[in-house]
Structure formats: C-alpha cells, structure tokens
Design a protein around this ligand. Structure first.
Ligand SMILES: NC(=O)c1ccc[n+]([C@@H]2O[C@H](COP(=O)([O-])OP(=O)(O)OC[C@H]3O[C@@H](n4cnc5c(N)ncnc54)[C@H](OP(=O)(O)O)[C@@H]3O)[C@@H](O)[C@H]2O)c1
Length: 279
C-alpha cells in the first residue's frame, strides 16, 4: 500500500507541476460581508467539512453557522458551546422540511457532504452526490422567501467531467450542471470547487499522507481550512466565476486573497473601505 500511496503523491506532484501556469494573485476587490452573515455547513464531520467549519468560526463576519449533520461529535459540541454554531441533527437528506424556517434565514451554504466512490455503490454515489444537493437547493429556493443574493458552494472534485470513464467523475459533473441549470435566473449563485490533493494537518494527519504534505510546494494540494477561506472570499466578492467552477489552483488564489484582505484589515484599513452595498 505504501508504494502505491507514494506513487500517487508523485503523480499528483508531477501532474500538478506540469499543469501550473503560475496564475497571478487576485487583486483586492470590493466585498459584501453580509453575504455570509448566516451560513450553513453540510458534511462538517468530514475531512473537508471540518476545515470549512473552522474557517467559518474564525471569520469575524460570520454571525451564525448552522451545521446540518446526521451525528454529533465532540468537535461539533465544542463549536456549539461558542454560541456561534447551531447543530441540527438531520437524517433524511432527500427531505429538508424538518429544517423549517431556518432555510429562509441562510445567506450561504457550504456543502462538503460526500464520500469516496470506494465506499458505496454507483447508485448510492449518485444519490449522495447528485440527489442530495439538488434536493436541498430546490427546497432552499422554495423556502427562501426573499430576493437577496444567496449562494451555494459545492465541494466537487478535480477530474469531474461529463465524458469521463469514471462514474464518480461523471456524477460530480452532473451535479454541477444540474445545480447550475436549476438555479439559473433565481438569484441563487452556485459555485463548484474542484480541489485536487488535500493536505491533512493536526489529528487528521496520517503517516501515509505525509508524501502529499511534503510535495505540497510542487502541487495544488490544499488544507481543508483554506478551502473554507476560499469559499468565504468567493461569497463576499460575489465574484463571477467562469463556468461556475474553481479548480485547485484558483482555490489557492482565493484563499490567499482572503488572508490578504483580513491581514490588511488588521493593520488598520477601515473595514468600510472594502464594503459595497450590494443588497
Ligand atoms: N478527501 C479528498 O481528498 C477529496 C478531494 C477532492 C474532493 N473531495 C470531495 O469532498 C467531499 C467531502 O470529502 P471528505 O474527504 O471530506 O469526506 P469525509 O471525510 O468522508 O466526510 C464526508 C462528510 O459527508 C457526510 N456524509 C457522507 N455520506 C453521507 C450520507 N449518506 N448521508 C449524510 N451525510 C453523509 C459525512 O458524515 P458522517 O461523518 O456522519 O459520515 C461527513 O460529514 C466529497 O464529495 C469528496 O468527493 C474529497
């Protein structure tokens, strides 16, 4: 198994390196922080969702994070104890009526719910990665009761393609396409994120994932919390993303822009300088 993982990391590094075009950093842009005042995170007990939740809790402008999950964890309990996270136990991800009026309050949804194609049948994979988010978004649209801009941020995956040989890659692309189709003209913006390698840190680090971490400078591998930061920047900018999809290198650019913006605010730029009234 170890040689296979090292080989995988090397392939990731080489393909990541060959594909690099050294895109320039994003220029500062106007932001509207009210776009992520009240948010929801799905998949927060997972590798990526946990990092996304951390980014939400660390952001000074996120007031409330609603975590929709099928199980509690000590980490979620700790987040709830801060008073900024509210945990909603939910067991049917094809039916969101139990969330009730909450849906009308949410400004942005960060969807990191999903699993590996190795864990489930093709049918289950399709249900989890296509039916669950599509059903949620259609329920959210029906419940929102307002015209303010809202946004849905889907963790997809590098390699998603409608014509792929792989079922998982076709289904990821199908989810992106259906969500875009169903929300066209509604004011609900859908952005899909296609991370490649994920860098595990802290308690999630494993000896066998160290090659990905060591080769990170050569690749577009990214820490989960940085995916959350990129999502916050995309939300706040209301940025028009070409095709509604961000690839792994653009994820890093948005995450860097997020940190640069917050650092600039810390050294004294008045917050209002960046704000625009977009609502
Ligand atoms: N990890 C990677 O290297 C990577 C890279 C690119 C893209 N992605 C994509 O990112 C997404 C999240 O991946 P991850 O690595 O963070 O996965 P993960 O660690 O396995 O976490 C998955 C999350 O989704 C929830 N979930 C899974 N199946 C569910 C179901 N049937 N019903 C309700 N909740 C369910 C899990 O809840 P429980 O904790 O209750 O099981 C958990 O919160 C996936 O779509 C994956 O394809 C992952």
């Amino acid at each position: 198994m170890l040689p296979a993982l090292i080989l995988l990391a090397l392939v990731t590094a080489v393909t990541g390196w060959c594909g690099r075009t050294d895109r320039p950093p994003l220029a500062p842009a106007a932001v509207d922080r009210s776009r992520h005042g009240t948010v929801a995170v799905f998949g927060a007990t997972g590798l990526i969702g946990e990092g996304v939740l951390s980014a939400m809790l660390a952001d000074p402008d996120v007031r409330t994070v609603h975590v929709v999950t099928r199980r509690r964890t000590p980490e979620l309990d700790a987040a709830a104890a801060t008073g900024r996270a509210v945990v909603h136990l939910h067991d049917d991800f094809l039916d969101y009526t139990a969330l009730g009026p909450l849906l009308a309050d949410i400004d942005a949804v960060y969807w990191a719910l999903g699993t590996s194609a190795f864990n489930v049948s093709n049918e289950e994979y399709s249900q989890i990665h296509v039916d669950y988010p599509v059903r949620f978004v259609t329920s959210w649209l029906a419940a929102r009761g307002r015209t303010a801009a809202i946004s849905f941020h889907l963790v997809s995956g590098s390699g998603a393609a409608a014509d792929s040989w792989f079922h998982w890659a076709r289904e990821k692309a199908r989810a992106e396409a259906l969500l875009t189709e169903y929300t066209a003209g509604t004011g609900l913006r859908v952005v899909a994120y296609r991370p490649g390698g994920i860098v595990r840190t802290g308690p999630r680090a494993r000896w066998y994932t160290q090659p990905i971490r060591l080769l990170q400078p050569l690749t577009s591998a990214i820490e989960p919390v940085r995916i959350g930061e990129a999502m916050l920047e995309v939300t706040a900018r209301g940025a028009a993303i070409e095709g509604g999809v961000l690839d792994a290198r653009d994820l890093t650019r948005y995450a860097n822009a997020y940190r640069a913006r917050l650092a600039a605010e810390v050294v004294g730029a008045p917050r209002g300088q960046h704000a625009e009234s977009a609502r």
